[in-house]
Design a protein around this ligand. Structure first.
Ligand code: HEC
Length: 124
């Protein structure tokens, strides 16, 4: 009896820890729509209202053949430090001072969920 209870509590705790740590692509989506869609478009197709005025076009985040070539580290760096620090256009702003590490990871998780074919490391 007691052992069963302990196992149940243990499983519940494990589940809670996992959900707390899991990258939350729903949160990521909200932030993407708020901060990124102006240029990248809500669906990631680089068709946001500001996209037309960009001299350098962002990639289509729905295109898995392009996006899967970019590592999570590259995505994290360009989002947190901006395009110019990774040899890309400075038109891509740095978000590191506005967004926490976890928020950027949530956004990456959302971006990965857009890609077709899916990114090999995306198991969500
Ligand atoms: C002011 C317009 C603008 C905003 C806002 C913006 N980006 Fe970008 N982003 C760009 C441009 C332009 C590039 C292309 C840079 C290049 O290829 O040199 C880019 C590139 C990227 C890339 C690399 C892949 C690609 O599309 O070329 C990622 C990932 C990215 N942005 C994520 C984000 C995220 C996440 C946000 C919101 C937190 C965001 N961007 C907000 C303009 C923007």
């Amino acid at each position: 009896m007691r052992r069963k209870l302990i196992r149940k509590v243990g499983l519940a705790a494990l589940f809670t820890v996992q959900t707390l740590w899991a990258q939350d692509k729903t949160e990521g989506k909200k932030m993407y729509v708020t901060y990124c869609s102006g240029c990248h478009g809500e669906s990631g197709k680089a068709d946001g209202p500001a996209a037309k005025s960009l001299s350098v076009k962002p990639a289509n985040h729905m295109d898995g053949t392009i996006m899967s070539q970019l590592s999570d580290k590259f995505l994290f760096d360009i989002i947190s430090k901006g395009g110019s620090t990774v040899g890309k256009s400075p038109l891509m702003p740095a978000w590191g001072s506005q967004l926490k590490e976890k928020q950027i990871k949530d956004i990456i998780s959302f971006i990965r969920s857009l890609a077709v074919p899916p990114h090999k490391d995306s198991r969500k």
